[in-house]
Design a protein around this ligand. Structure first.
Ligand SMILES: [Zn+2]
Length: 142
């Protein structure tokens, strides 16, 4: 399937490393931890190929990708006790199918509203803390 030479999801280059850390491969996608951890456990599920829209996938791939998103959301939710998981798929300028998985907590930041894509004051962690979050997510996959 297709890759795009200018896309950081396709190339897994330093631009990708700036904003996320690979957690693990899923069935038809890759799970990444978003470096801004304002919402602890926030992740991205990126489809394996350079595909723009959900409707560009055939039924089988769509089912597999949806399952990856659901499994990731469940693991994140279990790991951090989310009251609700938010899902975001925007990518106006970067046409590589991916979902933001954002655990939300009642009464806390952005509860009842839309999560900010890129915050002015991101919450970043130490290498050890990122590792802890990643391990907590991985432990909650079944
Ligand atoms: Zn791509």
């Amino acid at each position: 399937m297709s890759k795009d030479k200018d896309c950081f999801y396709c190339n897994k280059n330093e631009k990708l490393d700036e904003i996320m850390i690979e957690v693990c491969p899923l069935e038809v996608s890759t799970l990444y931890l978003f470096k801004d951890q304002t919402h602890k456990g926030r992740c991205i599920v990126a489809y394996k190929d350079h595909v723009k829209e959900l409707f560009d996938l055939d039924d089988k791939e769509l089912a597999l990708f949806t399952k990856d998103v659901a499994r990731a959301a469940k693991a994140v939710s279990k790991a951090f006790g989310a009251d609700k998981v938010n899902y975001g798929a925007y990518a106006d300028t970067l046409h590589h199918l991916h979902f933001h998985i954002v655990p939300k907590h009642k009464g806390e930041v952005e509860w009842g509203g839309t999560f900010a894509m890129n915050r002015e004051n991101p919450v970043t962690l130490s290498v050890a803390e990122y590792k802890e979050v990643i391990e907590a997510i991985k432990k909650n996959f079944k």
